[in-house]
Design a binder for this molecule. Structure first.
Ligand code: ATP
Ligand code: MG
Length: 556
């Protein structure tokens, strides 16, 4: 059997080295730690594929941990959507935890740090705190509270917990080094007062731990071995290690940073995606133009395509920008194998076949998927009046135009050869229908006498075809990097990112169910939308096929 030889990415190299040295009792334990403050996006998919994939590959464990340290922004709706998206992507976690599971433990550790004179209660306001912190050129100044006695710190911290003080009155800070070159070492905050209801702990807590403190300690509590995060946390790593080393946790996870996934014509931050939703620039988190996992799913993306994309993007330490066409490549590859072929005319132009018997309907055989012969064939009705695509006809044909034009003959896929005889126009000069003749001897689309036609076009019976609403999507933004310039990213929204048209589809699609995906021959991949019903079929265009004519036109 042929085995694919792939070089290890840098994280796999670290893991294999650790395993060979017997580190972490030869365990591999990863986690995916989303903050439940929005829906997951394709950047999160990269993290899930990596962390879930490493656990699978090294026979390890994979935790899902909700980072719910911020009571203001977290909602259960997001928790449910996150679970659903991770599973849909094909990953099952071994344990589900929440940072809030550790609030008691984190509090105990904080008390332990106070007792060791490694933490103190500070009364500086947030403005004063940043003033005292200094900057990379100027060393910070010690807080006037830094030498508060351990007893007093313990008392104040306890009273902070008990809700005796208003928000902002005190913080608990680690006592490290106000002159450190690493700004994160300048007595970072560990706890803040927030008298807020928490989705899991209710009103029990009046203080909540800060990310830098809670995250690394949560990793240690769970016995995580390799804690993968994005590059901006590289400068936090010494602090991540300081907490676990100073507390002397049993496990000492290793933080490893990788670059974020950025994609062209896309914004990739929950905060910005939330603005698009709240300000109704899109219909919701699962709007098919959104880079969310739920949006991509509704658009017709498959888990296989997203995993393939994440694999192709790879893991690196360098910031990069991935072309959105790579994502489209991955879904085309997958749907080409899977999606049944059907015929649908997006922008219909009526064709009357003048020499075809008036009331005759013929059932003609059409292949379901040339990539999968085992999928067999279906029957498609043909009639005197049919629709073809408006763009498949040119009154004055361009050079190398192989499709329909006055006097030319084309093949109707699986049906007949037809020749255009006459153009019918309305008073304004708009073409309303074409009159064509057909060659009865070309049934099935086969040449009766060896004569060749250059073009093959798709069609739908006007008598038997069914109407459908089709939603065509384009990039949501007009700029390659909408959130990197001087302009507000919302001003760069593409006004034509959604186009809704009335189309005619072959009748076999009448029963299509939400989520099912098809290739409309020559037009692209389309997926039945969740708003679709038998009375009002709705399809989303997942992605176009490569447009051979556009490429040809470019060459000329
Ligand atoms: P956002 O800015 O979109 O809110 P985040 O990093 O704040 O992203 P979290 O919920 O904290 O979102 O992220 C959960 C995990 O997903 C983290 O480990 C984070 O590193 C990872 N992650 C988030 N965005 C990306 C991205 N664009 N590429 C790779 N990993 C990402
Ligand atoms: Mg975040």
């Amino acid at each position: 059997m042929e085995e694919e030889i792939k070089s290890l990415n840098f994280i796999e190299q670290i893991i294999e080295k650790d395993l060979s040295e017997g580190k972490n009792e030869k365990r591999v334990h990863t986690r995916f730690p989303p903050e439940p403050n929005g829906y997951l996006h394709i950047g999160h998919a990269k993290s899930i594929c990596l962390n879930g994939g490493l656990a699978k590959k090294y026979n390890g464990k994979f935790n899902l941990r909700f980072d719910d340290t911020n009571p203001e922004t977290e909602e259960e709706e997001y928790v449910k959507s996150i679970r659903n998206d991770v599973q849909w992507l094909g990953f099952q976690w071994d344990n589900e935890f929440c940072a809030s599971d550790y609030f008691d433990q984190l509090y105990e550790y904080a008390v332990q740090l106070i007792k060791a004179d490694k933490a103190f209660v500070c009364s500086l306001t947030s403005e004063q705190t940043s003033e005292y912190r200094g900057n990379t050129m100027i060393p910070g100044k010690n807080s006037p509270d830094r030498d508060r006695s351990i007893e007093e710190n313990l008392d104040l911290f306890n009273r902070m917990k008990n809700g005796e003080f208003p928000d902002g009155k005190y913080t608990l800070r680690a006592k490290i080094d106000m002159a450190s070159q690493n700004m994160h070492f300048r007595d970072p905050a560990m706890y803040r007062i927030r008298k807020k209801h928490h989705w899991r702990t209710g009103n029990k807590w009046n203080i909540y731990p800060m990310y830098d403190y809670a995250h690394g300690v949560s990793d240690a509590i769970e016995g995580i071995t390799h804690s993968v995060c994005t590059l901006e946390f590289e400068v936090h790593r010494p602090l991540y290690e300081w907490f676990n080393n100073t507390i002397a946790t049993k496990y000492r996870p290793q933080q490893i940073e990788m670059s974020r996934l950025n994609i062209t014509y896309t914004v990739m931050s929950k905060r910005k995606l939330m603005q698009l939703v709240n300000e109704k620039h899109v219909s919701g988190w699962d709007d098919p133009r959104m880079p969310t996992i739920s949006g991509l799913r509704r658009r017709g993306y498959t888990p296989e395509a997203i995993r393939d994309f994440c694999e192709r993007v790879g893991i690196s330490k360098r910031e990069n920008l991935i072309d959105v066409s790579l994502l489209e490549f991955s879904i085309r590859e997958d749907l080409n194998k899977k999606a049944p072929r059907v015929m649908g005319v997006l922008n219909p132009l009526k064709v009357v076949i003048t020499n075809y018997p008036d009331d005759q309907i013929e059932e003609l055989e059409a292949i379901n998927n040339p990539e999968k012969p085992e999928d067999g064939s279906r029957m498609v009705p043909f009639s005197k009046e049919i629709y073809i695509e408006q763009e498949d006809f040119q009154e004055v044909p361009a050079k190398k135009w192989f499709r329909l034009a006055p006097g030319t003959e084309v093949r109707l896929r699986y049906a007949y050869f037809i020749t255009c005889q006459e153009i019918i126009k309305d008073a304004s000069g708009k073409i309303t229908e074409l009159h064509c003749t057909y060659d009865p001897a070309s049934r099935g689309g086969n040449s009766p006498d060896g004569r060749k036609v250059k073009g093959t076009i798709h069609w739908v019976s006007a008598t038997k075809g069914i109407p459908a609403e089709v939603r065509l999507y384009d990039r949501l933004f007009t700029a390659e990097t909408p959130d990197k310039g001087d302009v507000d990213f919302k001003e760069l929204i593409n006004p034509n990112s959604l186009q809704v048209i009335k189309s005619i589809l072959e009748p076999s699609l009448a029963e299509a169910k939400a989520g099912e995906t098809f290739q409309f021959e020559r037009m692209g991949y389309f997926c039945v939308d969740k708003e679709s019903s038998a009375q009002n079929l709705v399809f989303n265009r997942t992605v176009t096929l490569k447009d051979g004519w556009a490429k040809q036109a470019e060459k000329n």
